[in-house]
Design a protein around this ligand. Structure first.
Ligand SMILES: Cc1cc2nc3c(=O)[nH]c(=O)nc-3n(C[C@H](O)[C@H](O)[C@H](O)COP(=O)(O)OP(=O)(O)OC[C@H]3O[C@@H](n4cnc5c(N)ncnc54)[C@H](O)[C@@H]3O)c2cc1C
Length: 303
């Protein structure tokens, strides 16, 4: 709720809009803002089942929840602090909403939340200068999709030199390649952002251009473009014992070159090579056909 541009909404304005709120999300946000764990009452435990909207509350219970949240928010006024909930608060919320079996997800869920630019729970807790000050270390990351970008960013934060090799001409991976009409995420947009880099989502289920913009902005704001070699396809790699380094064969527009690295990490994705199904007769079909990951934008599908 507060992990976007509306994070500055004054509480009196928020309170004026409560009637439209999902009572489960509202309760959880109110607990987070006010720190009032008493709101997690057994009577208000939601029924979180697909097909049961808004916690499955009766109208009477819903009204009760709205009243309690309004009162709690008015008590705290605009004095709430934008801070991440601690593990303990998250555990209480998660166990109340989903049951004790979900307690194992608390660190993951908590670390995924960030409300201020300085919130970056995934930042490495070590730095190369502290663990191997005099040693040069270069990591080759293959692929500049979501995985490669995050890995490169975390390594840079730890003071490790990175070269990202990407065969395409921009970042984004599958979110760069798949631009078919209507392409969007099938999990909530919130799940699609890195901890430490808030998303500015306008849709609950973001479109492909929005996800790609987010990944590009992440790369730009964190200076990753300077470490990425585009148009560079890794053909093979081998460990060179004499040099104690990986030797990667990389094809670019100018030919095949060697790139050396102390460590190599594959972030090539599992969906980055489109494969057409073997449809009998495809070889003799004379009309246009294409994979959704290589959409034929010039083909007029009207009619
Ligand atoms: C339409 C669509 C919807 C999706 N929805 C979801 C969703 O809702 N939730 C979810 O979790 N996942 C979803 N996915 C899966 C998605 O693939 C992942 O979420 C994620 O984007 C994968 O990122 P990645 O960096 O691991 O791989 P990729 O995005 O595939 O990136 C790999 C990169 O490696 C590069 N590469 C590959 N081989 C080489 C090589 N030899 N040399 C140099 N570069 C190379 C590729 O060009 C690519 O840029 C969806 C995918 C699509 C296409």
């Amino acid at each position: 709720m507060f992990d976007d541009d509306r994070s500055g909404l004054p509480v009196h304005e928020l309170v004026g809009r409560l009637d439209a709120a999902d009572p489960v999300a509202l309760l959880i946000c109110t607990v987070h803002l006010t720190g009032d764990l008493e709101l997690l009452r057994p009577r208000w435990r939601p029924e979180l089942v697909i097909g049961v909207p808004e916690g499955g509350y009766t109208a009477e219970v819903r009204a009760e929840i709205l009243r309690a949240c309004r009162a709690a928010l008015e008590r705290v006024g605009d004095g709430w602090e934008r801070r991440r909930p601690g593990y303990d608060m998250m555990r209480r919320i998660v166990e109340w909403a989903m049951g004790p079996s979900y307690a194992a997800y608390v660190p993951l869920l908590t670390d995924g939340l960030c409300f201020r630019p300085e919130d970056d729970p995934g930042r490495p807790r070590w730095h190369r200068s502290a663990v191997a000050a005099g040693r040069e270390l270069r990591v080759a990351v293959i692929g500049a999709g979501a995985s490669g970008l995050l890995l490169a960013h975390r390594l840079r934060q730890a003071g490790v030199a990175v070269t990202v090799l990407e065969r395409r001409q921009d970042v984004g991976g599958t979110w760069y390649a798949n631009d078919y009409p209507g392409c969007r995420v099938d999990l909530e947009s919130q799940v699609y952002r890195f901890s430490g880099y808030p998303g500015r989502w306008t849709d609950h289920y973001s479109t492909q251009p929005a996800v790609l913009d987010y990944l590009r902005a992440f790369a730009k704001d964190n200076g990753l473009y300077e470490d990425i070699r585009f148009g560079s396809e890794v053909l093979s790699s081998r460990w060179d014992t004499a040099r104690a380094q990986w030797v990667l064969q990389v094809r670019t527009a100018d030919g095949v070159h060697e790139v050396l690295a102390d460590v190599q990490v594959s972030a090539v994705g599992q969906l980055s090579r489109p494969r057409l199904p073997r449809v009998p007769g495809l070889g003799t079909f004379s009309g246009p056909f294409f994979h959704s990951a290589e959409w034929g934008h010039s083909v007029d599908l009207a009619g």
